[in-house]
Design a protein around this ligand. Structure first.
Ligand code: ATP
Ligand code: MG
Length: 214
């Protein structure tokens, strides 16, 4: 569709109304962004497969990482409202901000793709005594119990109807690779009152920064 829209723009330039020209340019932008996401996922997957994806950890505020992931979904989430709710007790985290942003982005991308327009999406995080917990939940169709583990396999998509929604079945496999590379876990559960999807991430608590200052 990028090539089609670009050649239509070139061939019919003079004959097109401004609106038609804008539509074609918009198609090129949307589809190029999708291609970019796809390539990013493929690269991550290749690095994960070869063991080359080593987190480069640094002290970061999850609020900044979440804000960056939400910002990247801006255009995809035109028809959704994303609410971010991060506990004020959440400590600085020792994570690879680029990778965790990619994982959160893949989860928000799914929520926007599979949950109906107008429905709310929530990114929530808090710390317990043992973990940092991050959840991305939506009020979409949910993932059937028998598929909740398989969706983390490469190229697994739940049903044929999903093939109408563009995707490759890589997003969650990459999320799991990224989270496990940080020593964490990720699983899929139903959302509030058994409806929708809630992806739950557990990450280890950061090491005490005081310990490393000698
Ligand atoms: P890609 O992320 O590579 O563009 P994808 O979205 O199909 O493609 P995954 O993100 O790995 O791949 O998701 C795997 C499958 O899990 C999806 O095809 C869909 O069937 C199901 N799924 C994932 N997230 C949700 C969700 N929030 N609600 C309902 N189904 C979901
Ligand atoms: Mg996806």
């Amino acid at each position: 569709s990028i090539m089609g829209a670009a050649s239509a723009l070139i061939s019919y330039d003079e004959k097109l109304e401004p609106e038609g020209r804008r539509d074609l340019a918009q198609t090129i932008q949307d589809e190029a962004e999708r291609l970019n996401r796809f390539v990013q996922n493929l690269l991550d997957m290749t690095k994960l497969g070869s063991g080359a994806l080593k987190p480069r950890v640094d002290w970061v505020d999850l609020r900044d990482v979440a804000a960056a992931a939400v910002k990247r979904t801006e255009r995809l989430a035109r028809h959704h409202t994303i609410r971010v709710d991060i506990s004020h007790t959440l400590p600085l985290m020792s994570i690879d901000a680029v990778l965790i942003e990619q994982a959160l982005f893949n989860l928000l991308d799914n929520a926007c793709k599979y949950a109906p327009p107008g429905s709310p999406i929530k990114l929530w995080a808090m710390n317990t005594r043992e973990h940092i917990v991050i959840e991305v939940s939506d009020q979409g169709p949910g993932i059937p119990p028998e598929d909740r583990e398989k969706v983390f396999d490469m190229f697994y998509r739940v049903n044929l109807a999903d093939s109408q929604t563009a995707g490759t079945g890589l997003g969650l496999a990459i999320c799991r690779g990224i989270i496990e590379a940080h020593g964490g876990t990720i699983k899929a559960e139903p959302g509030l009152h058994g409806a929708g999807t809630c992806i739950i991430i557990h990450l280890p608590l950061p090491p005490d920064p005081g310990m490393s200052i000698q």
